[in-house]
Design a protein around this ligand. Structure first.
Ligand code: AMP
Length: 389
């Protein structure tokens, strides 16, 4: 996700720049001013409460703002990112935003402040007032809005300066120049962001082979807990012997074994552009572990994909594999295959459902030739990030 807040006095050009940014980066636009004007038009409870404050150029209460903004954010969890315009406008709202981002397991990437002197703001807003139809675009109210900005909104900047994500831009430059400067800044931020993909699907759906191919194609690190565990078996470590026993009885390997191996893998991949996780998280507990591991690296999940293949086809693929040299210890008999499919059903399907509610899960048809499925997956990954990387 890419989350940006556009900041600046009324008339700084936030609306104009927003139009361009939401298109370029495929972001979901949240303007608290627009949301409030919609509430007023609907004559809702919030609208009626906010109406007189807006008309006078004051700031609407944080209680109203938090509710309208939370609703909008939680209704769009699968967006590529958010662009906030006119929010946060108070120090309290800066904390509200932190909490909202945390809830989506993401964070604000930058706050871009368009600096414009007071008289320039007044001139621009009076000009806009001729066609905007906004009753608050008149001189008395404009002066009051600027006073509110000075007193209540400017202190917010300190919050973001301390966090190290404040970016100041001279808003008196031409629209194009402001644009270029913002784009350059975002480009730098994006180049440092990790692209983390979680690949789901029943055993036999092709997650492994596709995951490896996707990682190579996009220059990402492939993290397969299965392969990491196999490696331990191969080198004959104590952990490896334990894992072998568990595999043979068709059971999942406990988190106490998996987590340190994951930690090692992430820490050893300092130069990675991102990760493709396959076979992890497999349980609800592991979904929290993954959030924690990524957060420790200042990152989060970027995209979740599930490869779908009908059950009979899965059984037939796993059965075919069991008769080849590629047979894994856990698919050496029909009973073990069925057990693995059941484990997925009871433990991993709830994880996919949780992610579906929280972030949205993209379903990909796993039937057909390898290359066809690969193209579908690659298209999805590129599509989600085409403007981001
Ligand atoms: P805007 O469209 O951003 O210029 O907002 C118009 C008016 O809506 C402001 O002058 C405030 O009265 C109100 N408003 C918009 N966003 C907020 C916010 N985050 N907090 C408080 N009041 C807001």
């Amino acid at each position: 996700m890419l989350n940006v807040a556009l900041f600046g006095p009324p008339g700084a050009g936030k609306g104009t720049q927003s139009e361009f940014l939401i298109k370029k980066y495929n972001l979901f636009y949240i303007s608290t001013g627009d949301l409030l004007r919609k509430e007023i038009a609907k004559k809702s409870k919030f609208g009626l409460e906010a109406q007189s404050t807006i008309a006078a150029g004051g700031l609407v209460s944080d209680e109203i703002i938090v509710q309208i903004i939370e609703k909008t954010i939680t209704e769009n969890p699968d967006s590529n990112g958010f662009l906030f315009d006119g929010f946060p406008r108070t120090y309290i709202q800066a904390y509200i935003l932190e909490g909202l981002m945390l809830k989506l397991n993401t964070s604000l990437d930058c706050l871009i402040c368009l600096d414009v002197p007071e008289e320039e703001s007044v001139k621009r807003l009076l000009n806009r007032g001729k066609s905007s139809g906004r009753s608050d675009d008149n001189e008395i109210v404009i002066r009051n809005r600027l006073k509110e900005y000075e007193q209540k909104t400017l202190p917010v900047l300190q919050f973001y300066k301390e966090k190290g994500i404040y970016i100041g831009v001279d808003g008196t430059q031409s629209i194009e120049d402001v644009n270029t400067q913002i784009t350059e800044t975002i480009k730098q931020i994006l180049s440092k962001k990790l692209l983390n993909i979680v690949l789901f699907g029943y055993p036999g759906c092709g997650r492994g082979s596709q995951g490896k191919a996707l990682a190579a194609h996009f220059g990402l690190e492939y993290v397969a807990t299965g392969a990491m565990l196999d490696e331990e078996i191969k080198i004959g470590s104590d952990v490896g012997l334990k894992i072998k026993e568990l595999y043979e009885s068709g059971q999942l390997v406990p988190d106490e074994i998996v987590v340190p191996l994951m930690e090692k893998k992430l820490s050893n991949s300092k130069d990675a552009k991102g990760f493709i996780f396959k076979g992890f998280p497999r349980t609800l507990v592991q979904s929290y572990i993954l959030d924690g591991l990524l957060r420790k690296h200042g990152s989060s999940i970027s995209k979740i994909i599930e490869i779908e293949v009908p059950t009979l086809e899965l059984i037939s693929r796993l059965d075919a594999r069991s008769k080849t040299g590629k047979s894994m210890p856990y698919d050496s008999s029909t009973a073990k295959i069925v057990k693995r499919l059941q484990e997925h059903e009871t433990k991993t399907v709830p994880v996919i459902e949780k992610y579906n509610q929280l972030h949205g899960v993209t379903k990909i048809n796993g039937m057909g030739e390898f290359d066809e499925v690969f193209q579908r997956l690659a298209f999805e990954i590129e599509n989600g990030f085409k403007n981001i990387r």
